[in-house]
Design a binder for this molecule. Sequence first.
Ligand code: ADP
Ligand code: ZN
Length: 588
Amino acid sequence: MNYRNQYVIIVIIVLGFFMFQGFFDKQSAEKNISYTEFLAMVNNESVGEVVIQGQELLATDLNHVRFKVYAPQDADMINILRQKGVVITAKPPAGTPWYVAVLFSWLPILLIVGVWIFFMRRAQGGGGLGSFTKSKARREIPEARFTDVAGIDEAVEEVKEIVEFLEDPFKFTRLGAKIPKGVLLVGLPGTGKTLLARAIAGEAGVQFFSISGSEFVEMYVGVGAGRVRDLFAQAKKNLPCIIFIDEIDAMGKSRGAGVGQTHNEGEQTLNQLFVEMDGFEVNQGIILLAATNRPDTLDPALLRPGRFDRHIEVPLADKNGRKKILQVHTRDKKLSKDVSLDEIARATPHYSGARLEKIANEAAILAAREGKDFIEMKDFWHAKDREDMGIERHMQVSDKEREITACHEAGHALVGVLVPGNPVNKVSIIPRGRAMGVTSFLPIEDQYFFTKEFLLAEIKMLLGGRIAEEIAFGKNFITTGAQGDLRVVTKTVRQMVCDLGMADSLPLRSFGERHDLVFLGRELGRNRDYGENLANEIDKACQEIIDDCAKEVWKMINERKETLNEITRLLLEKETILGEDVKVIVFK
Ligand code: ADP
Ligand code: ZN
């Protein structure tokens, strides 16, 4: 029986009790009459007997009908009754009924207990009368299978042995094979770590306990540790099983990173995790999986042998992988014949599985809203644009602003088709998210190497927008629209010069020790490891690259003012045009 039921039963008993009382009150219920009526009856000599209880009188008439009377302070009453020969019985004034007395003396305690229960239940999301330290882990046998996980075949291959182990632990332990206790899945958000973990449990048909690292973090000391203890206690009752801790970095931050209370609390929680991990043997059938995208912040003690000593990378999928992910998420959707998942995969480098799933869903929603029977390619592009840049904004744009935006995007597009970078896919002046317009490119393949030529082409294309504005409207009309472009230009140039040795004027080396997660593609900071002189040289080299590109772009556009105008006009007319349209104008 759960505690909710217990509550209901208590309430029913209490209510029942009062109704019971009421029932007896009703049984002896007498007609109420006024004092005047009562005196009249006495005068008529129709009252035979009166029971006096304080100011309450219970009168019985000669027909044995009883009446209830509430009497005022009346000193004469007794005399009148005696005169009329009424039989008088006196009783001590009625106090509060015993059950009311009990209720009142217990009420404060009941209230306190009630409030306490209320907070307990709140603290643990409805677990009952237990304690704060009940873990909030969700338990299930997942439906997910490896066929739901696409594009990360190597990671799947690596976890298959976990499934085999869970299905038949003896097969491994017989030969003394060591199965990892803890497996850390490392990858960017949305790459399918949770999905993979659930698929392992699903394939093996075992219980899957999942909890997020942040759920162990509480204000109160000892709570986190208690939850860890409880989690393992539950798991041990459901062998074999998998425990999955998402965002383990939230509980496993390098010790010393926190301050004060929370710091100690985190340490206790982590220590409890170690106690539990060190305390069970793998052959009992518990495997711990954890996910993080910040392996660099994890407490090293977490990664020691016997703990999370096996790491599996869950990378972003390549083009083929993305196609497979799209296939998984369009399995149950009706696609029109014109849909090429291959082409969508090509246009979505660096997209996570989660984002691809979102695009597939969004496309279906867009098609459904238009009442279509099939999802068309158009819907996928539309969905991708939304995912990239937010939904279209219906904002008031002045004619002048539209014209400048069109010119800016025409500049990107014009330069884009002239330089040896990725081909232009689409140009649009429909405002989306924070952008007034957009020029998008379609990579031919996922690229892992970039040539200097390619990077320079990228910089030129980015400068094209701003320089087109300058040429068409004059220096005084430059707008703020190129902000994002300039930021990307600066970052690209910096990398070319500092990391890639692409500046001719500088010695061949890297400048500044970068602290980043190469595989996560994130730069965290840079230590300067060169002197003042070199710093000046670096700045100069960066500026030179940008200046050279800008000069070239200026020439490129200035020689083709009419072409720029033509693209601008077409954009103003159609709002969205294709790379092909731009090519036709430029190369006619
Ligand atoms: P993570 O745990 O790495 O942040 P999730 O597993 O929560 O990512 O991914 C969210 C959703 O995105 C999944 O439920 C799944 O629908 C989709 N998804 C992500 N990666 C893949 C993949 N490799 N194959 C198929 N679907 C994926
Ligand atoms: Zn731009």
